[in-house]
Design a protein around this ligand. Structure first.
Ligand code: SF4
Ligand code: SF4
Length: 341
C-alpha cells in the first residue's frame, strides 16, 4: 500500500486485523557514546543502556527489504546510528531499496567522514542540538571538550556537501535547563536555511514535570508559533505546536507507524510500551503480527496525556485535524511567495 492509500485507510478504517504503516522507524543500534541527561526510552532508561545485539550490514539490508514492503518512508535512528559497525554498507544498500524518503537521526559527531555515504541516500538529516553554548553542551554530552564544536563544524560541512539529497533538520529537546538557549538554536537554524524540530523532554512517556505549567516553556512555544505564522521553518503545523505548548491530551494512533528493534522485533503497539509482537524475519506479514500482538497484549490502548513526541502527536493531529495540514500548505505557499518578491 502506498502512502496515499495508507493515509486514506487510517482516515477511514484502521481495522485491528490489518497494519498499514505510513512510516517505519528502525533502531539500527542502541549504542551511543554520548550521555545526554534527557536520553530516555519509554520506561525512562537511556538508550545507550539498552542491551541488544546488532545485525551485520547484510542482515540489516535483508530486514530493510522486508520493511520496504510495508512502507515507503523510513527513519533510521538509535542510539547513534552512525556507530553501527557496518553503517557505510547499510547506506550503500539502502539506496537500492527505493524508499521514497529516508530520515536519518544523528548526534552529528561522526558525520564528517560518513557524509559521502549519507548524501546520496538520505532525504532528511536530523541532527540533535540543545544549545549553542559549547561548554554546557560538552558537559551534557560527557565526551570531553571540543565535542560540541565538532558537531557544529560537521553541520556546516553537511550544509556545503556537494550534491546532497538531504535537507537538514535541527532537532532540539526542550528541557528545564535549556529553554533560554533554544532561541539561539532557532536563529542558528534560520540563518542557515535549516528546519527546527522541537519536542519536550519526556521522562518515560510523560513530559518532564517542570515543563507543564512553566511560563518559559509556554513562551518558547508561543515564539515558535509566531515564527511559524511568519513563514519560519519550524517543524509541525500550528495546531501541532499548540498541542505541544499546552501538553494537551491527544488520541494516539500507534499503528500509523512500524517500529523495529535492532534485531527485527516489532514493537506492539509502540516502543514506549515496550511489548513485541514478533520478529519480522520469522513473520514478515504485518497483519499477522498485529493480530498476534492483539492476542497477547490486547487492542490499541487508550493512553492518557503522554508521549508528546513528534511522531505520536504529529500523526494524531494529522488525522484528527487534516485541515491543519491545509493551513500548513497555505503558510508554506505564502512564505515562498514572499521570498520570491
Ligand atoms: S545522542 Fe541521542 S541516543 Fe545518544 S545519549 Fe544523546 S539522546 Fe541518547
Ligand atoms: S500515547 Fe501512543 S506512543 Fe505513547 S504509550 Fe500510548 S500508544 Fe504508545
Amino acid at each position: 500500500m502506498n502512502a496515499v492509500a495508507s493515509f486514506l485507510y487510517h482516515l477511514g478504517i484502521d481495522s485491528p486485523r490489518k497494519w498499514h504503516p505510513l512510516l517505519s522507524v528502525y533502531y539500527l543500534t542502541y549504542a551511543c557514546d554520548f550521555r545526554c541527561p534527557h536520553c530516555s526510552d519509554g520506561v525512562g532508561k537511556p538508550y545507550y543502556r539498552l542491551r541488544s545485539p546488532t545485525l551485520s550490514g547484510s542482515r540489516v539490508l535483508d530486514l530493510l527489504r522486508i520493511i520496504r514492503r510495508h512502507s515507503e518512508y523510513l527513519v533510521i535512528t538509535g542510539g547513534e546510528p552512525l556507530q553501527h559497525p557496518d553503517f557505510r554498507e547499510v547506506m550503500e544498500g539502502l539506496g537500492r531499496l527505493n524508499f521514497r524518503g529516508v530520515i536519518l537521526t544523528t548526534n552529528g559527531v561522526a558525520l564528517d567522514s560518513l557524509l559521502p555515504a549519507v548524501a546520496p541516500v538520505v532525504t532528511e538529516l536530523v541532527v540533535s542540538l540543545q544549545t549553542l553554548d559549547s561548554e554546557r553542551a560538552d558537559a551534557w554530552y560527557g565526551l570531553g571538550m571540543g565535542t560540541h564544536r565538532r558537531v557544529l563544524a560537521n553541520l556546516e560541512q553537511a550544509a556545503r556537501h556537494p550534491g546532497r539529497k538531504f535537507e537538514i533538520v535541527i532537532s532540539s529537546v526542550v528541557t528545564p535547563e535549556n529553554i533560554g538557549d533554544l532561541y539561539g538554536v532557532y536563529h542558528f537554524a534560520k540563518q542557515r536555511g535549516f528546519r527546527l524540530a522541537v519536542c519536550p523532554q519526556l521522562v518515560g512517556v510523560k513530559a518532564h514535570a517542570s515543563l507543564a505549567g512553566s511560563p518559559a516553556y509556554r513562551q518558547f512555544y508561543d515564539f515558535l508559533i509566531a515564527e511559524k505564522k511568519r513563514g519560519g521553518r519550524v517543524q509541525g503545523t500550528v495546531d501541532y505546536l499548540e498541542y505541544m505548548r499546552d501538553l494537551r491530551q491527544f488520541a494516539c494512533r500507534p499503528f500509523t507507524m512500524l517500529v523495529v528493534s535492532p534485531v527485527g522485533e516489532v514493537f506492539y503497539p509502540c516502543l514506549e510500551l515496550g511489548n513485541f509482537a514478533g520478529n519480522l524475519f520469522n513473520e514478515p506479514d504485518l497483519h499477522r503480527l498485529r493480530q498476534a500482538g492483539c492476542a497477547c497484549f490486547g487492542p490499541q490502548p487508550k493512553c492518557g496525556t503522554q508521549c508528546h513526541s513528534a511522531c505520536a502527536l504529529g500523526f494524531s493531529r494529522f488525522f484528527e485535524n487534516p485541515a491543519s495540514v491545509l493551513h500548513e500548505a497555505a503558510l508554506w505557499t505564502r512564505a515562498r511567495f514572499r521570498s520570491a518578491l
